[in-house]
Design a protein around this ligand. Structure first.
Ligand SMILES: [Fe+2]
Ligand SMILES: [Fe+2]
Length: 377
């Protein structure tokens, strides 16, 4: 059983202090350049201010103006009007963020997910002028190509500009499995694999954050997300257990039923969310695809941090394929959690946006590729 599955708040909060980020345990595991992040042992720190920049999302609108929405500064980029008018932000079915947090005089920078393709990720990092030398850590939410597709090309182009000791925080071994998609009426199609050899070749240290971990002292991850609500995973995404052609995931991390070589329904056991506790505001929870269920995800962020107040829930909620009755249940559960803001992106779906507009219009903020959200003072 992979680490992180018996997670509860007591495990997370058990006495001890973590200073300056997740504690790395021992030497790389199995010579693969893989490290384990020890479970966080004290409540995660607060930050004074958090800026979330959407580097890649499904859509962009150059006409929408920047505005203050409640307490959140929502900065839009508009047109990129330079000498080359062909140099514009690209949107695609994928997600990628640049996160910048501040506490006192201290700043941390993270890249979370990397879009589906280098076409969007590399182009948009340039247009948005993200300072790559300042990046403290990389985080990947799960092993789907619409989140890691731009990663290896980005490292090939830009690794030399970045700090020497650079970690990629992943939720666990299943991040590296081959993935498939198998619609009920169609053929099974490959959705690729993130090959560890490419990361090793770019001198990026893989950190397995199977349990909640503080990253570089500001951000924290949820670890594996227990499935406690009514939410259900969809049967279409599939995962292949085991190694093949030098890539893939170690079958010993999976159950006997999920045997080596088998292609089974993907449970996304190592999907994790990235979160911040913003002073005087509450949690900002960033779910990238939300396969584990957005309600489960937010509840896990609350449980592991000990912070009940949720300021914003943002990212992909994976409700595009959901029927209206299911969306209504999700909206009701989010109403009970009562976050200040909902920022649905990527795979959240128009049905969910319509339901939030109807039920909680004051909480809805519509994001676009390039939008920058400022939370906190
Ligand atoms: Fe996904
Ligand atoms: Fe996705």
């Amino acid at each position: 059983m992979p680490q992180g599955f018996n997670l509860n708040r007591r495990n997370f909060l058990r006495a001890g202090a973590v200073v300056g980020g997740a504690v790395l345990v021992g030497a790389p595991v199995g010579g693969s350049g893989r490290w384990l992040a020890r479970a966080q042992t004290s409540a995660p720190p607060t930050v004074d201010r958090l800026a979330v920049r959407v580097v890649v999302d499904n859509q962009h609108d150059v006409i929408v103006k920047s505005a203050k929405v409640g307490t959140v500064d929502v900065q839009r980029v508009g047109w990129s009007l330079g000498p080359n008018l062909n140099k514009q932000l690209h949107s695609e079915f994928g997600l990628g963020f640049h996160l910048e947090s501040h506490r006192g005089g201290e700043t941390r920078n993270y890249l979370l997910d990397f879009g589906a393709s280098p076409v969007a990720e590399l182009n948009n990092l340039d247009i948005l002028k993200v300072d790559l030398a300042a990046i403290d850590a990389l985080i990947l939410s799960h092993g789907h190509f619409d989140h890691f597709g731009g990663l290896v090309p980005f490292l090939k182009r830009d690794r030399a500009k970045m700090r020497k000791d650079l970690g990629l925080y992943v939720g666990g071994e299943d991040t590296f499995c081959y993935r498939w998609v198998e619609p009920p009426t169609g053929p099974r199609l490959s959705t690729g694999v993130l090959d560890r050899r490419d990361l090793a070749g770019a001198n990026v240290r893989i950190v397995m954050a199977e349990k909640p971990a503080v990253i570089e002292g500001h951000a924290f991850t949820t670890g594996a997300i227990p499935r406690k609500s009514f939410e259900k995973a969809y049967p279409t995404p599939k995962v292949e257990i085991g190694m093949r052609d030098g890539a893939g995931c170690d079958a010993s991390h999976f159950s006997k039923e999920e045997q080596e070589g088998k292609i089974v329904v993907d449970k996304f056991r190592n999907e994790h969310a990235t979160c911040f506790n913003v002073k005087d505001r509450g949690l900002v929870v960033i779910s990238s695809c939300g396969h584990a269920g957005i309600v489960n995800t937010v509840k896990q962020a609350q449980a592991v941090s000990g912070e009940k107040k949720v300021h914003a829930v943002m990212g992909g909620f994976h409700l595009t394929p959901a029927p209206d009755s299911y969306i209504a249940q999700v909206v009701q559960a989010l109403k009970e959690i009562d976050p200040d803001y909902l920022v649905p992106m990527h795979c959240s779906g128009a049905g969910f946006v319509r339901a939030v507009q109807k039920e909680m219009p004051d909480k809805l903020i519509v994001p676009y590729t390039g939008t920058r959200f400022i939370f906190g003072g």
